[in-house]
Design a protein around this ligand. Sequence first.
Ligand code: AMP
Length: 546
Amino acid sequence: MQGRMMFQPLLISSLIEHAAQYHGDTAVISKNTDLTMTHTTWLQISDNAKRFAQALNQMGIQAQDCVATIAWNNHRHLEAWYAISGNEMICHTINPRLFPEQLIFIINDAKDRVILFDKTFLPLIVAVKAHIPLVEHFICLSAHDADVAQALPEVKFYDALIAEQNADFVWPIFDETTASSLCYTSGTTGNPKGALYSHRSTTLHSMAIALPDSMGLSAKDVMMPVVPMFHVNAWGTPYAAAMVGSTLVLPGPGLDGTSLVNLIDQYQVSIALGVPTIWQGLLTAAKKLGSQLSSMKRNVVGGSACPASMINTFKDVYDCDTIHAWGMTETSPLGTAAQLKAKHLQLSDAEQVKVRLSQGRPPFGVSLRLCDQEQGTDTIKADGEQTGNLQIKGHWIIDAYFGKDQSALTSDGWFDTGDIATLDADGYLRISDRAKDLIKSGGEWISSVELENIALDFNHDISMAAVIAAKHPKWDERPVLIAVRHPESQLTEIEILKYYADKVAKWQIPDKVIFVESIPLNGTGKMLKKELREQFENVLMNEPSS
Ligand code: AMP
């Protein structure tokens, strides 16, 4: 017998409908590409999304066609992505920091028919245009702009397109498993691969990230996603913001520390989200500007490991709880978030930080397991000690990559993340490495992440640290620390190496420290260790083989 409850498909349009109906006067504040500010509301976002959905229909775009965006986090981008997905088309958010060849590849692979872009990315569009023959419409996310029109004569302007429409549009109803958006992984080898999300996976993921033990979002929050909408849909936050009716502050192109501190203070942001490099910049700027970041209650750090010094500075100096989270493009992205349980509340501050420093535990809807590194399938006990290959399954986890017939899963239905980790009995995850970044010294594994975190404890001296595997004549590989010092720092190699002495086993201490001006980052702010390895992998080859 079936339950006799109503069935309503979980559609992205229902999120914006809810926000318009019950949080219509709640603000959406946006920094534009020309650095002016726009103050709008969820009702206006919804109305303009409907107008743009009609404009897409009039341009002949069909259900399940891909419509791409190359844009900052701003209100027009937000309207457009609700319009595209709500109207049964696929919103393909493109990372503008990809190399031109990768951009061309993904636009052609997705068969994008339309590209929406911010003026910043006009040179990029002009450069790749000849190589993307399937794109029929270029739409600049702005009012009419003479420079853009001159460089790209066929361009249409977003403001003019929506001005021609009314907001009477009714969102279509369709199967909740229909594709809604597409995001390519920022992989550094081979061609990027697409993760194709559905309306159902996106809506369930929004509920999960809003839960109290995830990000704890509510209509009282002023949320600022610094993580770009082209990086796994800003971790799903613009969907969750509509679901809970929080105020949204969209930082546009200003991702430097000073701009972010100013937005936080001016608009009383209570929760912001970004990768560790963003927070490094923000903390430096807050100190320089003398800001207390007094409105900030929580900040979410993910994408790379969060150093202890960051959690401590946010708590001790700014009374802000850092939520460390882990995920991937293939996992929508939330896999885990580090929130305490009741039993942790009796622990000392230092012990609590240890829990917060883990990547956290899964919300309902996600399961994790560890597998044997070599065998691939034997599961490893979740005892907080033994490491293994992290595998995941759940309602918002990839099944197959876009355009591929073959499933991306193991034969028993799990997705292998490529991360090496421990899990404890409560499900707290600790990532020790990407499988490819582990260092194998004399047959023993060394975690580069652990060594990087220790280096980052020097937070007044070291702003970035990468530990790579350098080739070694005797041990095959040995760890080498590549570090960026703050400009005024006098820290020496000997001082750093001494600091490691009582923190890791002697054989795990890096063989060498190399100070550099900067560390190359990929499009989502992650260190390009592959490039560092290529540059420095031979630095130990002339060392005595001791
Ligand atoms: P992406 O798909 O570009 O978001 O990259 C996903 C990968 O980033 C994961 O497989 C991890 O290796 C890494 N990652 C994400 N979050 C964290 C975190 N909190 N700590 C350590 N690594 C992370």
